[in-house]
Design a protein around this ligand. Sequence first.
Ligand SMILES: *Cc1c(COP(=O)(O)O)cnc(C)c1O
Length: 399
Amino acid sequence: MTKAEGGKPAQSEFKQDTRVTISGRNPHAHHGYVNTPVYHASTLLYRTAEDFLGRKSQYSYGRRGTPTSEALEKAIQEIEGPACAAVALLPSGLAAISTALLSVLQSGDHVLVNDNAYGPCRKFCDSVLKRYGVSTTYYDPLISAGIAALMQPNTRAVFTEAPGSLTFEMQDIPAIAEVAHKNNALVLMDNTWASPLYFKALEKGVDLSIQSGTKYIGGHSDLMLGTVSANKDAAQRLKDTAYTMGLCVGPDDMNLGLRGLRTLAVRLRQHHQSGLTVARWFEQQPEVLKVLHPALPGAPGHDIWKRDFTGACGLFAIVLKPVPEKAVLAFLNALSLYGMGASWGGFESLAIPYDVTAYRTATKWAPGGPSIRFHIGLEDVGDLIADLERGFAALAAAK
Ligand SMILES: *Cc1c(COP(=O)(O)O)cnc(C)c1O
C-alpha cells in the first residue's frame, strides 16, 4: 500500500474504481508519463565490478523482474487488498493454476479438487501431478464444510472455483477454508469469474487466488496471461516456484495487462448489467428450462453469491428444454452477434454449446436439456436480445 504523503490520502483510502486506475503507477518515476514504460530486457549491466559482485541493483535480470512486471504485480496486489503479500505473473491462466498447485504440493501429498474445475486443471492433476506422486480426489462443489470427511492425513491443498466452469455451481469458500486450515491444508481458488473486484478471495480464507488474465484483465481477446495472488502463508513458496521454473511474461503482454486493468471496473460493471439483463430475458423464454447465473435471484447458488460477492461478470449458461441437436445448432448458427469459440472476457459476446457429463467423476451432471454458455459482451443489450430472438425463431423452425 502506498503510504500517505504530504497530507494526501493513502491509496487504501480510495474506492475500488479509483484504485484500479492508480494502482501500480508512479508517473514521476518515469519523467511524468502516465504509464510505466515497457522494458524489453534480459541483461542488466552494473557500473563496476564491485557492484556486480555485490549485486548492487534493484533488478538483476529480465526474467527476475523489470519495472514493467513490478507495475503489473503491484497493481494486482493493491486491487486484491491488504491480505495480498505477493503476486506471480504467468504466461496463461492454466500456467497460473499449475504453478499454484506445484508451489504447495510435493510427492506423497493429496489434493482435493472441485469436480467442476476448469477442464485443463483436471488434466494437470491427472497427468503431471499424478506422475510426480500427488494423488487427487474430486469432490462435489456443493460440499461446503462436509469436505472434512474427505480430508486425508496427507491432504495439503484444497482447490476451489466459484462459480464452477461451464455449470456455475457456487462454492461456500469460507466454510471450505475453515475446514482446510484446521487440517493444515492450503486453499487455492480459481477466481477468474468474479476477479478480485467482485470477490476478495484472500479475505475470505483463500491462500492462493488464481486468475486467467486472458479473460477480463486483458478484456480484448488479444492476450494470454495468468496471475496468482498469495497471502503471507503462501507468498514465498509461490514466488520461489514461479522463479525456479523459469516462468515469466513478455513485456508487451504485461503492458496489455496493465492497459486492460485500467478499464476493468467500468467494463465489468457493464458486463454485469448486460449479463443480468439477458439472463432475466432468458428466464421469460418458453424454450428455456433454467438459467445458471448465480447473481440471478432464485438461481442455484444465489444465496452464497449474495453473501460473498459484490458483482457478476458477463458469463453464464442456460439449459434448454429438450430439443433435437439440430435445433440447438440452428439457434447458434442464426446468431450474428455471438461468436462461437473458447475463452471469454473480451468486449464481444460468445455462445457455445457444451456437455460436461463425461468429465464428472464425483457428481452427476444431468441438467435436463441441452446447455449453452453465453458471454455477454459490451454490445448494445437490445441488439443482443434481438439476435437471440432470431436464434429462437430458427430453433423453432428446425425442431
Ligand atoms: C480460461 C480459463 C482458465 C485458463 O486460462 P488461459 O489463460 O486460457 O490459460 C482458467 N480458469 C478458468 C475459469 C478459465 O475460464
